[in-house]
Design a binder for this molecule. Structure first.
Ligand code: PRP
Ligand code: MG
Length: 212
């Protein structure tokens, strides 16, 4: 029998809410997240726990049929994947931040700065669009520390509550885009799996409607 293979963030901010929404649509998953995959016992579905940044490629290759993922990651990995449904959780924005004391009057002030980020493609596209010349430094986590240790004069990272910026004496000066968790599918999904995904999507829509 063929199950729908769905990727979910292994660990991180989307994990719990992703598992919760699957539970809310009545899907009961057998194992905890110590394992890399787990089957549902009452729905033809298998969950694959993967690293955020790897999920777009798995979708593009058809290794998984669908995923729950942040739009920010989809945009960064740019695999032309179609979003089926906005899921209404893990809302955040991708923003430029500077030290609190830095002068800032507009995007042009980023000229000549070193910008630390985990989103190099997105940032480079943003800089090109605004014709800003800046150096992008890739850091994979704890990006907000970069200005304090002299690695960069600016950062571009996810802002949710704003508390990480605050704790690191940074201020948000520009928003690249807003993001939330979404349901995405692989362009290589088969007919059988598509039917299961349709059922899942329909159930998700009912849950989302009831939440609003
Ligand atoms: C994320 C993100 C920001 C922070 C934003 O980091 O990279 O640093 O959360 O949330 P806030 O505005 O509510 O403070 P995370 O803690 O997931 O760790 P990482 O950057 O090391 O991956
Ligand atoms: Mg962080």
């Amino acid at each position: 029998m063929s199950n729908l293979k769905i990727a979910v963030q292994k660990s991180g901010r989307l994990h719990n809410d992703s598992m919760n929404i699957l539970k809310e649509v009545g899907i009961s998953i057998d194992n905890g997240r110590d394992q890399l995959k787990a089957a549902a016992n009452n729905f033809p579905l298998e969950v694959f726990y993967l690293r955020n940044g790897d999920i777009p490629q798995y979708l593009a290759d058809g290794v998984v049929d669908a995923a729950i993922i942040g739009e920010n990651v989809l945009i960064e990995k740019n695999q032309n994947l179609s979003v089926l449904e906005k899921l209404g959780f893990s809302g955040c924005r991708l923003s430029v931040a500077l030290p609190k004391t830095a002068a800032y009057s507009g995007i042009q002030d980023l000229n000549g700065l070193r910008i630390a980020t985990s989103y190099p493609n997105t940032v480079n596209a943003f800089l090109r669009k605004h014709q800003v010349n800046a150096q992008v430094h890739i850091i994979n986590g704890s990006v907000e520390i970069a200005p304090n240790i002299g690695l960069a004069e600016a950062i571009v990272d996810i802002v949710s509550s704003g508390s990480t910026l605050f704790k690191n004496n940074l201020k948000e000066v520009a928003v690249l885009f807003k993001s939330e968790a979404v349901l995405v599918k692989s362009p290589k999904i088969s007919t059988v799996q598509q039917e299961i995904l349709d059922t899942l999507q329909f159930r998700l829509q009912s849950v989302l409607k009831a939440r609003n």
